[in-house]
Design a protein. Structure first.
Length: 158
């Protein structure tokens, strides 16, 4: 194996890479390998009897995508429609648009800087978090996508 390739593999193993999103004033991290698209959601069709946080369905370049509100999943009040962004993710063979207040940047953080959830982390947040990174501007909460898209929510959306 080429030495440059080996060095690259070692570096990737020593850091996490996240697409960061904002909900309220809080920064959340999505593992970059699970993010496929960033887009402005439009034309969300409501789904009767959908679970908490399921806003409905939307068409993303010919694919039907379930729109999930991260605000609702975190127990926060909804914002005015039309001011959100969406992060396209794939999970369990299905496509989802995770609706957030904004998309920030891609961050690379050392594997040793990740910590377990603090004991005083909001219970809604702790339920869908894999841990945190302490940054100079505050906490980056790492989202656990299987918990955000739990089977109860996914089943009700379908």
């Amino acid at each position: 194996m080429n030495p440059d390739m080996t060095d690259h593999l070692v570096r990737q193993d020593e850091e996490y890479e996240y697409v960061t999103v904002l909900v309220g004033m809080q920064l959340f991290g999505l593992p970059i390998e699970q993010v496929h698209d960033v887009f402005i959601p439009s034309g969300i069709t409501p789904v009767p009897l959908a679970g908490d946080g399921v806003l409905g369905l939307l068409n993303l370049r010919g694919r039907i995508v379930t729109a999930i509100s991260l605000r609702q999943r975190l127990g926060l009040e909804m914002r005015l429609r039309g001011q959100e962004m969406a992060v396209g993710i794939e999970y369990g063979g299905e496509s989802f648009g995770l609706i957030v207040d904004g998309v920030s940047e891609v961050m690379r953080l050392g594997i040793d800087s990740r910590e377990p959830n603090p004991v005083n982390l909001n219970t809604h947040w702790a339920r869908i978090s894999q841990g945190v990174h302490r940054l100079p501007e505050g906490l980056l909460v790492v989202l656990d996508l299987p918990a955000v898209l739990d089977s109860q929510t996914v089943a009700k959306a379908a």
